[in-house]
Design a protein. Structure first.
Lengths: 372, 262
């Protein structure tokens, strides 16, 4: 009987029982992305498990291509097949709303989804009255009438900070007292211990036409905001009402205080060229805050001197002016080659994580006025 | 609590040393008395090398990419009462200040985790990718061991130990991978490069821990012993109601060092 034997016996049993086990099959079942021919935009609602696919009016949707991005090993199937389905081509001509099920590699997770193909017609007046979701954060319908399209915001990204305990603590919320009826309230908030080490110490309240890509919210937050939907009219002016109050302490990307600098809200709309249907501009529309993306054709933006602090509702009336020496081509406009992005933010440099916690921008009764 | 422990232990060990010294100066009477009553006293110092690990490794852990033990020093004082005339069988009780440290990097798949913010809100989900873990724990441990003397130079010990965790850290970050939140059907969030999310489960560690200890001691000189002890935790290091880490984890450490026997 030797100590060495006892010890080596124990060590052996540790090493044997510590062996890496066979890999388990994946349990993930979700739709992470949806692309395909003619798709102008696709928004995935991870809360309700709904995918809204937008195509131009006049598109043949009897053979709509849908290429889903799925977790490793997962599969997707239409719940009821149509005779013309040839996956990844699906017939949406009979029903624009169809049910799909994603099954995980291990078969244990089955997630039902609704996929709806919508003919796109972007509305031009917005009053922020109706919510599609109230919890965990507010999601606004784009209009009160269609009940389909929704405003995008950075709320899904802010959810990842774990800071908000209820829907009122998000950067983008509905506020009961607007210029007329309800309005949207945008607040620049701290992202706490999660955001700071990631170079995202604040989250500006924002709301925009487009979609938010949660997948890249941490990795490439600027690229996670997909701005704009196809627009077939020539916009001339954007009008609306706002109230603004700047937060007290301006901080930079590292969260350090910048003394003497005052925060400012931002209101703008751009019409830009989309070379392909899946092309969208991201949060880097104005590189470094002063540049302008080369795809932008028209811009309407509130001037610095008009974005002042005010307790009373103040009107804005902004003219779309040509940019980059470009003009709008009438045929391309009709064929959906241009996209319109409308953006509101409580911190003008919020996309670069610079701003003051506590800055508040209220927006109501916005209208895009177009040429006939 | 921790700041009091080192002085307490120092006093405890010092007491042994003083007692030993006093006995020396009173012309070996004390030692003779001790020997005649079948009692041995010893102070030991050593280092802990090992890890805090689930056993067996759960399926969520796909590979262990790096491991580095921290410098974890132990100090112990113990007394052995020999039970038979030949002094073959004995029972020892000790008091030990134990540190158990390690740093690991592992690759996991669908590893359940929660990250809490300072508001008390949280983000939870399944993580696939890299996980860096730092475990640093300080214990006050009482080993109660059966001793068997094989020869004049060799003895082996085995028995349970009971630990009170004075302070503990279980923290780290996740990197290079994706989070599926809040569950397997939720949305995917990618992390790459410098993007890391920190986690800290230090507050969820259990204070009372116990396990078994098996070891051997070799008498190198008259008063100097060399020892090797394996300590194996038998209860989960996390509190019962803590479910984020879906598997139990146990500290398993080898203690190597030397001791002075009076």
């Amino acid at each position: 009987m030797n100590v060495k034997y006892i010890l080596s016996g124990f060590l052996l049993s540790v090493s044997v029982s510590s062996c890496i086990q066979d890999e388990a099959l994946n349990v993930e079942a979700a739709i992470d992305g949806c692309t395909g021919t003619n798709i102008q935009s696709a928004t995935i609602d991870h809360l309700r498990k709904e995918v809204e696919v937008y195509v131009l009016d006049g598109t043949d949707i009897s053979q709509q291509e849908l290429i889903f991005t799925l977790p490793e090993g997962a599969t997707i199937q239409a719940e009821e097949t149509e005779t013309n389905d040839r996956p990844p081509l699906y017939d949406f001509s009979q029903k624009v709303l169809r049910h799909f099920v994603v099954t995980s590699e291990d078969g244990a997770t089955k997630t039902p989804y609704i996929v709806r193909v919508n003919k796109l017609a972007l509305p031009t007046s917005f009053s922020f009255e109706e919510l599609k979701e109230t919890t965990p954060y507010n999601v606004f319908y784009l209009t009160n009438a269609t009940g389909i399209m929704q405003w995008a915001s950075g709320n899904p990204g802010y959810e990842l900070s774990g800071m908000a305990l209820n829907e009122t603590q998000y950067p983008t919320v509905q506020y009961p007292v607007g210029y007329a009826g309800k309005c949207v309230k945008l607040t620049t908030l701290s992202t706490g211990s999660f955001g700071k080490p990631l170079g995202m110490p604040i989250a500006a309240g924002n709301i925009f036409i487009g979609s938010f890509d949660t997948q890249n919210a941490v990795l490439a937050p600027l690229q996670a905001t997909h701005m704009g939907f196809p627009f077939t009219k020539r916009p001339t002016r954007m009008t609306g009402w706002f109230k603004y109050k700047a937060g007290e302490t301006f901080t930079d990307k590292a969260g350090n205080v910048v003394t003497g600098k005052k925060d400012r809200g931002d209101i703008y709309a751009v019409l830009y060229e989309a070379p392909t249907s899946d092309f969208t501009l991201d949060g880097n529309l104005f590189p470094d805050g002063t540049g302008i993306d080369e795809h932008i054709v028209l811009l309407a933006r509130i001037p610095e001197q008009e974005m002042t602090e005010t307790d009373e509702w103040k009107k804005f009336d902004l003219e779309f002016t040509p940019q980059n020496g470009k003009t709008v081509n009438a045929d391309d406009l009709k064929n959906g080659k241009y996209k319109l992005a409308v953006v509101f933010s409580s911190s003008v440099m919020g996309a670069y994580f610079q701003g003051a916690v506590g800055s508040e921008l209220y927006i109501d009764e916005v209208e895009i006025i177009c040429e006939n | 609590m921790k700041k009091y422990v080192t002085p307490i232990l120092a006093l405890f060990l010092g007491g042994f040393a003083l007692a030993g010294h006093a006995q020396y100066s009173s012309s070996h009477k004390g030692l003779l008395w001790l020997a005649s009553h079948g009692l041995d006293y010893e102070i030991k110092a050593g280092i802990n090398i090992g890890g805090t690990s689930p056993l067996p490794l759960p399926q969520e852990i796909r590979s262990l990419d790096s491991y580095s033990p921290g410098l974890a020093i132990t100090l112990e004082g113990n007394a052995t009462k020999w039970l038979d005339a030949k002094q073959k069988w004995g029972l020892s009780v000790g008091l030990r200040l134990d540190k158990k440290d390690m740093d690991t990097k592992a690759t996991v798949k669908n590893y359940g985790m929660e990250i809490f913010s300072e508001t008390g809100g949280k983000i939870k989900g399944l993580w696939t990718g890299g996980v860096k873990t730092t475990v640093k724990m300080s214990y006050l441990t009482v080993p109660v061991l059966a001793n068997y003397r094989i020869s004049n130079r060799w003895k082996v010990m085995a028995g349970p130990y009971f630990s009170y965790m004075l302070n503990g850290e279980f923290s780290g970050n996740v990197y290079e991978g994706h989070l599926r939140t809040p569950d397997a059907s939720g949305s995917r969030v990618n992390f790459e490069g410098e993007n890391k999310a920190a986690y800290d489960f230090s507050d969820n560690l259990r204070h009372f821990q116990w396990g078994v200890q098996v070891g051997g001691e070799w008498k190198a000189y008259k008063h100097l012993n060399v020892h090797a002890d394996l300590t194996w935790g038998l209860n989960d290091i996390f509190q019962k109601d803590f479910t984020t880490v879906s598997f139990a984890m146990y500290p398993i450490y080898l203690n190597l060092g030397f001791g002075y026997e009076f």
